[in-house]
Design a protein around this ligand. Structure first.
Ligand code: AMP
Ligand code: ZN
Length: 475
């Protein structure tokens, strides 16, 4: 039947169809992090969802081009830069680097492009100019530029595609400056914000004077810059539906750059929020976790990925530390089964048949159904029980073990769990070299440390810094 996705525009389940008829190339844009602080695990639920959708499309033979922006200028960041008394770049760089490290720790594939808003001022200004030229945007006396919802509607366009809005509440020409606002504040929104004292040194030159872009227009400009004016998939958390994504549609379609009959975005995917201990995360409730908080508590990225991936993306998910502990146990059961299978399949020295397994059938049926990962996990654990039973009863031939093992590897291309490296046996000579390298580093004997690093590399190993100290890891 092929992949079905929930379409938030029609509020129905629909077949996934690339824009290019029968095409296999997919353009996918995910609203990336706002780098004003370390990302929290709620944010990562959404980024892991993006990763799994990308991986699943690849599994189904699509070629995905994944773009994720970095929002490195918006209201919250400017306020923080001012508090910190530093420059925009110096401030955001710390959180941007931390974000990509965290993404890697969670086993996410790096997007093909990770454009920063501050590097794309030309595209952003060009888009605003186009909206002004079309009469859909206008500049105000202070040099700010606003998107006019009234003129957009008069041009025959629909505002309120993702979100039902009450236009009776709306007073024509009322304006909103802030990047985030509630749906009862439907009003003309800022595309360009004239420089104010509060902005300090954060400003760019534009045809309307000094200022900075609004958050929404950044994503319209960058997504179209990398993926074209119409593209297949756009993702983000459910909080981005309004106003962020609604405004993205308005700006992009208002500019009229799409070919007739083609939308700005073919499929929108919104991930429901992660709750922590039953509540919205907040520092004052003490239930606010960044990824590094959890790593410091001794959990690893793999178990956290597993938890973030345990529930269907359109349902909110309650994260608890007990749940994470339970996930470690479940993952242990899976690892044990896969390890047995791996060992047993080595007994087979014939040519492996193409992977055919109930595991793949169950997994595909679940994932095709709007990425229903909870059903996919049910299929995985049913398979684990079955394989364990067959092995214990001596009923699995090495040939079938090889096939089942291949099936697991291909399913894991989507789940992205890999192996439990902490249980990997590290040869004694490699451990020795890593210890000697650490000693050389402590003594600031960099030449010796580099020599040992190269020797480890030649043997296929690298050394990773962990909270317990340096640890050899396979390259
Ligand atoms: P931000 O860095 O605030 O721009 O958010 C980055 C991404 O995380 C966006 O797609 C948000 O929708 C998403 N997000 C924010 N909070 C949560 C949450 N509690 N659960 C899931 N996703 C979230
Ligand atoms: Zn965005």
């Amino acid at each position: 039947m092929g992949i079905q996705l929930f379409n938030p525009l029609t509020r129905r389940m629909e077949p996934f169809e690339p824009l290019e008829a029968n095409g296999r190339k997919i353009g996918m844009y995910c609203c990336g992090p706002t780098v004003h602080d370390f990302a929290h695990i709620g944010n990562f639920r959404t980024f892991v969802l993006c990763d799994v959708l990308r991986r699943y499309l690849r599994f189904r033979d699509y070629e995905v081009y994944h773009v994720m922006n970095v929002t490195d200028v918006e209201d919250k960041i400017i306020a923080r830069v001012k508090e910190a008394g530093t420059s925009l770049k110096a401030y955001t760089q710390i959180y941007e680097e931390a974000f990509f490290k965290d993404l890697e720790a969670l086993g996410c594939l790096m997007p093909h492009e990770t454009p920063r808003a501050t590097d794309h001022m030309d595209s952003i200004i060009e888009l605003i100019e186009r909206l002004v030229a079309k009469g859909i945007a206008y500049s105000a006396a202070d040099g700010s530029v606003y998107f006019s919802i009234g003129r957009y509607q008069q041009a025959g366009c629909c505002y309120g595609q993702l979100q039902k809005l009450d236009f009776d509440q709306m007073r024509p020409g009322e304006r909103i400056q802030s990047d985030e606002y509630a749906k009862d504040a439907v009003a003309d929104f800022a595309l360009w914000k004239a420089r104010t004292e509060a902005d300090g040194e954060v400003f760019w030159e534009s045809p309307w004077g000094q200022g900075r872009p609004g958050w929404h227009v950044e994503c319209s400009a960058m997504s179209m810059h990398y993926l074209g004016n119409s593209f297949d998939l756009h993702l983000g958390g459910e909080d981005l539906k309004f106003p962020h994504h609604e405004d993205e549609i308005a700006q992009s379609e208002g500019a009229g750059l799409q070919e007739p009959g083609k939308p700005f975005v073919r499929h929108w995917v919104h991930g429901a929020h992660l709750l922590v201990e039953g509540k919205k995360m907040s520092k004052s409730l003490g239930n606010f976790y960044t990824l590094r908080d959890l790593l410091d508590k001794g959990f690893d990225g793999r178990a956290i990925r597993f938890v973030l991936l345990s529930a269907y993306y359109r349902e909110s998910f309650n994260f608890t530390l007990d749940g994470l502990q339970g996930a470690k146990t479940a993952l242990g059961r899976l690892d044990e089964c896969v390890a047995k299978l791996e060992a047993w399949q080595k007994e087979f020295d014939g040519e492996a048949k193409p992977a055919k397994s109930k595991l793949i059938d169950g997994f595909v049926a679940a994932m095709d159904d709007d990425l229903n990962v909870s059903a996919a996990w049910a299929a995985v654990f049913e398979w684990v029980r079955d394989i364990n039973r067959q092995i214990s009863q001596n009923a699995l031939s090495p040939e079938n073990a090889a096939m089942e093992y291949q099936a697991w590897l291909s399913v894991d291309q989507v789940l992205g769990l890999g192996k439990d490296l902490s249980k990997e046996v590290i040869p004694d000579d490699i451990t020795q070299m890593a210890i000697q390298r650490q000693e050389a580093r402590t003594q600031k004997n960099w030449a010796e440390a580099d020599r040992l690093r190269d020797e480890l590399k030649a043997a296929g190993w690298t050394v990773e810094d962990t909270p317990e100290g340096p640890r050899p890891k396979r390259l």
